[in-house]
Design a protein around this ligand. Sequence first.
Ligand code: FAD
Length: 445
Amino acid sequence: MTAFTGAFWRSGDTGFAEAATSRIFNHRLPSRLPAAVLRAANPADVVAGVRMAAAEGWKVAVRSGGHSWAAWSLREDTLLIDLALFTGMSYDSLSGIVAVGPAVRGGLDLDPYLAEHDRFFAIGHAPTVGMGGFLLQGGLGWNCRGWGWAAESIESMEVVTASGELVPCSETENADLFWAMRGSGPGFFGVVTEFRLRTRPRFRELTRSTSIYPAELAPEVLTWYHAARHDVPTSVELAAVGCTPPGFDVPVLIIDAVSFDGGPSSLAPLGTCPVADEALVSKAAQPVKIGDLYAEQLRSNPDRHRYFVDNAFLAGTAADLVPALLPALTDLPTSKTFTVLGDFTPLMSRHRNRPDMALSVQTDLYFAAYVIGETPDEDAHCRTWLDATMERVAPYSAGCYLGDSDLDVRPDTIMSDAAWSKFQRIRAARDPDGRFPGYLGTPVQ
Ligand SMILES: Cc1cc2nc3c(=O)[nH]c(=O)nc-3n(C[C@H](O)[C@H](O)[C@H](O)COP(=O)(O)OP(=O)(O)OC[C@H]3O[C@@H](n4cnc5c(N)ncnc54)[C@H](O)[C@@H]3O)c2cc1C
């Protein structure tokens, strides 16, 4: 019997079901369950867990923050290694690097900690998201549009490999694992026990412009947005959002822009919308606090709900995309559902120094749908709406972002052909016995 410092449950033990599922954010739980759960206390437990899984003939599943929409950490015939206790944070002011455990929550834990040091890291939008899954799939953090993917700012990490060794990974040590880890998300074949992240100076001023348009004006607004977004500076996070905000009975279209240190002038291009005068609400270049943005995210992504989520990186003219997107942004299946058409123009600039990493599919337009229901009897309606929405945008899609995907329901492209081949070669060399289960569903390559 392997001795762990942390807690261990086999299927059938008292507390097993709670240990297996209690930290999953999406309340639409799958029926999949692991064979056993290890709530590891330290890296030595993770090493022992991976070795025990090999001895028992199990695969290894991993959970950091439990926020994957599709509950990727629940896999049959696995030892689920739950990293809930890996919440350490330590900042080095000489290098500007912060070391974080994978279960650290971006907005609730890391951001307040870095604020004490006047630093910032582009964490996920909802403050509860775990750093582990977020960073592994690339990490679409605050102002990803201007600053790049969060995974680009990983300096190094500690990984327990499929053979049960704890090794450092960086551009210069175990560089193959480092390459694969940055973008392969739930397909990664190792357990990251610590990330070291390059932080940036903390922003001084956040400025926000928000215009709310009635759904009838969506064709004009989206056509304008499709062109105007290219003129918005890199300091600005920019999105068109379809939702039913508090105080509204029907869905509306919001053009939302938050500028990180760009000041009011960075938001000037947003004043050019030809139907700006007809906005229901218009707030131009107002100061805003990051805490208010986190609170808004918590309201938009309520706990204890049933989520259906999908996404696509889109390319096309306004004439192509606007008709395909209109129902997705203005005809929503539940009052809590929201959809986002985010701009990534600066991210795609050829002048940008983009590191070579597994994350390799992207365009300058990111569409994501977050369909939110409350009870199981809404599931069929939510599913049908999302399937139809994704079918309409599919002709213009270059692939998807793992973080908002569910490949089990809708297989899609997650890496370029070259990156996918490289990923398979590294995986075959590093995990020859298939100790890690790989993707749920099959990516289209
Ligand atoms: C409310 C909400 C808001 C979100 N907002 C954003 C956002 O703004 N930007 C964005 O990019 N994504 C966002 N997401 C998606 C989220 O980042 C991903 O689902 C991510 O996988 C969650 O990470 P986690 O550690 O919390 O999840 P988990 O479910 O614990 O992990 C997901 C999977 O990643 C792998 N994994 C996680 N940690 C490790 C590790 N340490 N070692 C090896 N493999 C590991 C495992 O396969 C695991 O099953 C959001 C999700 C929710 C629920």
